[in-house]
Design a protein around this ligand. Structure first.
Ligand code: UD1
Ligand code: UDP
Length: 371
């Protein structure tokens, strides 16, 4: 069977990698790895870690690229590749612009589509933007919906998708996490190895969502900064996204605070091991909302809506929005009140058991992929 995997950004790479590795060990599958490289450095980090050498690199990355530019260049590049490779099934993962372009390019060539991480819904087309729309549009084109959780499956059923096309698999991010997090991990980064994780409360923060850029992100950073200033035993580590708009706001809001460590994006291995040693996580990321609960780390989700309510239901994630006071007050309680902290620092894992990739590959092999 000929499979083609298409991805373009850091999180897609992380979550597609375990599937690619599983297919490498499946003699009946011949997989072509095609990257759009919507991200460049941040994707290359992932490819290096998982030892993936793409067969095709469309190299569409341009700094400051607009959604239209990404869509057009990815769609155009993919047409030629799909015509040449003629895959039986094309896999996309998640909700980025690469995902939508990949699904559309496959549909135009009447190639079957497997959508990994299907069925997540926030209910607001503008949040996350443009991801909620990308995911729904990809769903319409897909033949196989690999839903991480039961809730995701129910979302698809409610939208009228046939049950025999929906498969609950778990999220492949847990497969990747189990590969990366190790006891006694040595960062080989002095700043992280020298951190006193026992006596300090290390907060890990990431932020990049388009709808947060501007005032919401200023609120998030200034509330967190105020908390770091209030507690001497708190250190903040911010592996910052390469988006210059995020950097501009961060450098302004955290300026002059020497317990704030703004560092370059970390490779997946050091990043997840840092999360495993942190006190808590503040983020607007999708992937971190899945990883933090699995590692038993409280996670403050600085967004108005989430398409990942499982962590919130389980009690390890709190949806705090982007209001300054709400973020400040919630953090203040979690830092100062041990009982409150203990209540939500539970290792629960609503997102998978580390075998999602095996299930996905199995399903592809067992099903008819001819359109
Ligand atoms: C994209 C996805 C988002 C995903 C996120 C993961 C879309 C619309 N957005 O958002 O769903 O959550 O990736 O991080 O598909 N940049 C670099 N080098 C890189 C990557 C980014 O310099 O390796 C900078 C560039 O200036 C680029 C900007 O970041 O223009 C934004 O990148 P882009 O891919 O447009 O969107 P993200 O915000 O990264
Ligand atoms: N991540 C990483 N290095 C970093 C920050 C994040 O490897 O410096 C990983 C993180 O563990 C998660 C993924 O990148 O698996 C999340 O990516 P991002 O937040 O960019 O995208 P999202 O998940 O919001 O789509």
């Amino acid at each position: 069977m000929k499979v083609m995997t298409v991805f373009g950004t850091r999180p897609e790479g992380i979550k597609m990698a375990p599937i690619i590795k599983t297919m490498e060990n499946t003699p009946d599958i011949d997989n072509t790895v095609c990257i759009t490289a919507q991200h460049r450095e941040m994707l290359d980090q992932v490819l290096n870690l998982f030892n993936i050498d793409p067969d095709v690199d469309l190299n569409i990355f341009k700094p400051g690229q607009t959604l239209t530019e990404i869509t057009m260049r990815a769609l155009q590049g993919l047409e030629d590749v799909i015509k040449k490779v003629k895959p039986d099934v094309l896999l996309v993962q998640g909700d980025t612009t690469t995902v939508l372009s990949g699904a559309l390019a496959a549909f135009y060539q009447k190639v079957k589509i497997g959508h990994v991480e299907a069925g997540l819904r926030s209910g607001n087309i503008y949040s996350p933007y443009p991801e909620e729309a990308n995911r729904k549009l990809t769903g319409i084109l897909a033949d196989f919906h690999f839903a991480p959780t039961k809730m995701n499956k129910n979302n698809l059923l409610q939208e009228g998708y046939p049950e025999d096309k929906i498969f609950i698999t778990g999220n492949t991010v847990i497969d990747a996490l189990q590969y990366a997090v190790k006891k006694g991990y040595n960062f080989k980064i002095p700043q992280l190895d020298d951190m006193d994780y026992e006596n300090k409360k290390v907060i890990l923060i990431t932020a990049h969502r388009r709808e947060n850029i501007g005032k919401p992100m200023e609120n998030i950073f200034s509330a967190v900064n105020k908390i770091v200033l209030k507690y001497n035993d708190v250190e903040l580590v911010f592996p910052i996204h390469l988006n210059p708009k995020v950097r501009e706001i961060a450098y302004k809001e955290f300026n002059g605070n020497d317990r704030v460590h703004i560092i370059e994006p970390l490779d997946y291995e050091p990043f997840t091991n840092l999360m495993a040693r942190s006190h808590l996580v503040v983020t607007d990321s999708g992937g971190l909302q899945e990883e933090a609960p699995s590692l038993g780390k409280p996670v403050l989700v600085v967004r108005e809506e989430t398409e990942r309510p499982e962590g919130i239901e389980a009690g390890t994630a709190k949806l705090v929005g982007t209001d300054y006071n709400n973020i400040y007050n919630t953090l203040d309680i979690l830092i100062s009140d041990h009982k409150e902290y203990a209540k939500i620092a539970n290792a629960i894992n609503p997102y998978g058991d580390g075998k999602a990739s095996e299930r996905i590959v199995d399903i592809i092999l067992k099903h008819d992929t001819v359109r």
